[in-house]
Design a protein around this ligand. Structure first.
Ligand code: ADP
Length: 190
């Protein structure tokens, strides 16, 4: 089994690339953003807690996302690997995740980081706001909060995974196909 983390700021194209990885390499996609939005849509207790945080561009508590991810893993024992998208997003999530994977006899093969500038983040999210109905994409102040949160809470993971020798960067400013070609080369090496 091979497991990958697709990493990058909001709007980097993680979800788009993860779907292509799933098709080509027969992986299972675990997107914490999608899982949380499904909870909100279903009106669960967890969804109610998550909604206010997500709509303001804040992170959901680590324990909630860790539990969701671990449920997804145990419910899919027969897959050839996972692609984790939007997770981990804090160093606490990353270290708890490592501990959990180890207990399952699993390991992350590589972290694929899609690099785009903050200006591209804003452009991509403005574009997505025209297509998808996400409250957190509609307002510049909230988008800025997500960018600041990414730099302060998520970017420290770059060093965390560099230390493990698992961190790989891809230039995310090209076309979907160009970026996916680079990701494919990387996956086949890892
Ligand atoms: P994007 O990467 O475009 O911000 P996501 O769909 O990955 O979109 O996440 C949307 C929101 O869901 C985040 O802004 C955050 O509030 C919440 N979220 C998703 N994943 C996590 C996570 N691993 N930890 C905490 N909050 C999360």
């Amino acid at each position: 089994m091979k497991h990958f983390i697709i990493f990058g700021p909001p709007g980097a194209g993680k979800g788009t690339q993860a779907k292509l990885m799933v098709e080509k390499y027969n992986l299972r996609h675990i997107s914490t953003g999608d899982l949380l939005r499904a909870e909100i849509k279903a009106g669960t207790k967890l969804g109610k807690i998550a909604k206010a945080l997500i709509d303001d561009g804040n992170l959901v508590p680590d324990e909630i996302v860790l539990r969701m991810v671990s449920n997804e893993i145990v419910q899919n024992p027969d897959v050839s690997g996972f692609v984790f998208d939007g997770f981990p997003r804090t160093t606490t999530q990353a270290s708890s995740f490592d501990y959990h994977l180890k207990s399952l006899g699993m390991d992350v093969n590589g972290v694929i980081s899609i690099i785009i500038s903050d200006d591209t983040v804003r452009d991509r999210i403005h574009h997505r706001a025209l297509i998808e109905d996400r409250k957190d994409d509609m307002n510049d102040e909230i988008i800025q909060n997500r960018i600041v949160t990414y730099h302060s809470k998520t970017e420290p993971l770059i060093d965390y995974y560099k230390k493990q020798g698992k961190y790989h960067e891809i230039d995310g400013e090209g076309t979907i196909e160009e970026i996916f070609d680079k990701i494919s080369l990387l996956i086949e090496m890892l």
